[in-house]
Structures are given as C-alpha cells and as structure tokens.
Ligand binder design. Structure first.
Ligand code: NZQ
Ligand code: ZN
Length: 384
C-alpha cells in the first residue's frame, strides 16, 4: 500500500427527516440556494428546506435550472448572484450536477479572472462554505472535493479538485431518492460501481482493507441496485445505495491505491461532446475497457473480482475473468442501461480520435493498464 493522507471532514446527516438538523450547522445568514430542473419542487423537498431556512432566519437567493453535466454558464450566474448579494455560503439541493456547480460557484466567488480558466487550471484558492442536500445516489460529490464542469462551446468537461470544496455538511435522506427515475437510478448505480472499480483495479497489491471495502460496496450496488429499479420506494435499497455512493469516492477506497481513472477519462469526453448521462456512458465504456485490458498481467484481479463480488467458482482463471465481465454486462443491461454508444444516441466515430487525445491527456499513461490514443479509440470503437 502507498502512503496516504485521508481527510473526510463532511458531517453526514443520514436518515429520514435529518434535514431538520441542517440549519444549526449553517453559520451564515445570507446564502445561495441552488437546484436543478424542478424535481425538488415536485417532490416537496424545496418547500421543506425553505421552511427550515425561514424558521432559522436564513435569507437566500436562488440559482435554478442547473442542468445535468453542469455548464460553466450556471457557475457564472451563481458567482454573479453571490457577489451582488454578498452571500456567505452555498446550499446545493439536488444530485451531483447541482452540487458540482455549487462547488465551482463557492470557489469562483474568490477567483479573479475568467471562471472557465479557473476550472481548466484547477485554480481553487479559497471557497465559501458549502452544504448539500442530496437527492440522488451516484457521484459521491456530497462527501468529496471534486466538481466536474462542462463547457459545451469548447466540448470540454473538466474536474476541479480541492479539500476546500468538501461540503461542511450533507443531508442524506434516502426517501428523497424515491422519485429518481429508473434510468437515473441505474446510471447512478453504474457510476458508484465505476468509482469503486477505478480504484479496485490497481497495480498496488496488499491493500486488503481497500479491496475488502470495495468488494462489499460492489455487492451492495448489485443487490440493492436490482431492488431499487424494481421498487423505487424500497427504503433499505435506497439507503444502502446512498451510503455506498458517498463511501465509494470519499477517498476510502482510493487511498494508498490510486491510479489515473481510465473509464472516467474516456466517458467524460462522451459527455463533453454528446451531453450524455455520465453513469450510462460509464456502463458501456467499463465493459469495453474490461475486454481491452484482460490479459495475463491483469488476470489475478479479474479473478478476485469474479470470485469475491460475483461468487463465481471454477478452476480456470480466464474463464472466471470472462464470466465476471459477462455478469457485469448482464447486470447493467438488467437495470435497463444501454449496452452500446448507439443506445446512447451516438452513431458515428467522427470524434473518436479527438476524444481519445483528450482522454489520454488525463494521465492515462499512468493508468492501471497504460492507455494511448489507439487504445482509447479501440475502446470507443468496440463500444459503438
Ligand atoms: O434537474 P432535476 O429536475 O433535479 O432532475 C435531475 C436530473 O435530470 C434528476 N434528479 C435528481 N434527483 C432527483 C431527480 N429526479 C427525480 N427525483 C430526484 N430525487 O436526475 C437527473 C440527473 O441529475 P444529476 O445531478 O445530473 O445526476 P448525477 O448525480 O449523476 O450527477 C452527474 C454529474 O456529476 C459528475 C458527472 O460527470 C455529471 O456531470 N460527476 C461528479 C463527480 C464528483 N463530483 O465527484 C464524480 C463523478 O464521477 C462524476 O463525474
Ligand atoms: Zn463517476
């Protein structure tokens, strides 16, 4: 195991009704309240939160309409509101896109100059305190310091990363995820699994703690992902997925093991060019990546994955590895996720080389299995 520093300062308020405790942790009296396209209003969560803020004497300005794959234009609008009204904290009410946008706003308030440049250069120097009320299990943004922002004019999707962006407190009420549509629930499960797999498939051996946690979290995703898509109001399923989403990418499974994240670098380009749903893109890419990297060198890890996560038995390592890949593919399909890029509306290889170049620039020479542009083009091509 490599040396590491683990720092997870976010206070988690987990459970039904825990939002009532949020105002006591907010140290500001004027805040930005941000949300997406309206699901939080339809579900009544917006009313619940604003009643609590009113009762606590906290004033707010609103940033609404934050889109999936949040755009730099929303960040610019949020920063403008914070500056104009002298807001001292940010509350994100939504999924990963809303939380990520709010992180960029929280940092952007202190950035002198162009906000896209801040994202491109990961130039986070300071940030307003951030609070999150999570409405969907997927990205883990509620407990980490990452924010992924898109600039559609440039076909770019970039991440900023800083400890300063870790939420002060996050509300995780599983009942808030009852209304998440089947497709988004499934995409969320694929995203959580990918966060775990990106670290689990590592060239660092003897990380028994991280491996064990990863395998347990993967099994949670499989069991409760199946249940949540069938019965959206299954509290146990939603609760387990919600907590798995946070633990998958709060540093717990990546500490001491990390390599560059191949599938995320490859998928982020698909979102940047085609604005597709992140988790759905990952489900397709992960299978092609698995097929691409399976070799004598990676076989042991595939066998561990097959035996410990999928319960595959047998004597022949390659057979176990191939069955593990097949089971992953079948699982994603059983959730209702597309199995190809065509299923996501991408019908042409036009941008494969362009996207591969950008993906490789995300340090894929230092991935678990190093990838060059030809490798990535091959992965896109077999995904089509
Ligand atoms: O906009 P609204 O109306 O709220 O609808 C959203 C949106 O259409 C809907 N939704 C969310 N909660 C709901 C709900 N609908 C009904 N009931 C609810 N309770 O779901 C749709 C998708 O929401 P979004 O926030 O985009 O999903 P997700 O949480 O998957 O976030 C995806 C974004 O996060 C980035 C992705 O790249 C993508 O931009 N990621 C962020 C990471 C991080 N910060 O650490 C890591 C990830 O790997 C990922 O890259
Ligand atoms: Zn992800």
């Amino acid at each position: 195991m490599r040396d590491f520093t683990f720092f997870a300062p976010t206070r988690i308020l987990f459970g039904k009704g825990k939002i009532a405790e949020l105002p006591q942790h907010i140290g500001a009296k004027k805040v930005l309240l941000a949300y997406g396209g309206g699901s939080v209003k339809r579900a009544g969560i917006y009313d619940e939160l604003t009643s609590l803020l009113r009762a606590a004497g906290i004033e707010w300005q609103e940033l609404s309409g934050i889109q999936p794959n949040p755009k730099i234009t929303s960040v610019q609008e949020g920063v403008r509101l914070c500056k104009e009204h002298d807001l001292k904290a940010v509350i994100a009410l939504g999924g990963g896109s809303v939380i990520d946008c709010c992180k960029a706003v929280a940092a952007g308030v202190f950035h002198k100059g162009d906000l896209w440049e801040m994202v491109e250069k990961n130039a986070v120097k300071h940030a307003l305190p951030l609070y999150a009320v999570l409405t969907m299990a997927a990205t883990g943004s509620e407990m980490n310091g990452n924010a992924v922002i898109s600039n559609m004019a440039l076909n770019e999707k970039k991440a900023i990363k800083s400890e300063l962006l870790k939420p002060v407190a996050s509300v995780l009420d599983p009942t808030y995820t009852f209304t998440v549509p089947r497709f988004q629930t499934a995409a969320g499960v694929a995203d959580i699994m990918s966060h775990i797999l990106e670290c689990y498939f590592s060239d660092v051996h003897c990380a028994a703690v991280q491996d064990g946690i990863s395998e347990a979290l993967l099994k949670v995703c499989i069991e409760y992902g199946r249940r949540a898509v069938v019965t959206p109001t299954d509290y146990t399923a939603r609760a387990n997925l919600m907590w798995a989403s946070s633990l998958a990418i709060n540093g717990l499974t990546s500490c001491g093991t990390g390599n560059a994240w191949s599938c995320h670098a490859i998928e982020h380009q698909l979102s940047a060019y085609y604005d597709i749903t992140h988790g759905a893109g990952l489900a397709v890419v992960t299978i092609s990546w698995f097929d691409h990297i399976l070799s004598e060198k990676t076989l042991d890890k595939f066998v561990s994955y097959g035996k410990n996560v999928w319960g595959i038995t047998g004597e022949h390592p390659f057979a176990i590895a191939k069955e593990a890949i097949a089971k992953t593919r079948e699982f994603f399909a059983s959730l209702g996720l597309p199995e190809t890029l065509r299923g996501l509306g991408i019908h042409s290889s036009e941008y494969f080389h362009e996207m591969a170049k950008k993906a490789v620039a995300e340090d894929l020479a230092h991935a678990y299995v190093p990838l060059d542009e030809d490798d990535v083009v091959a992965i896109y091509s077999t995904s089509l």
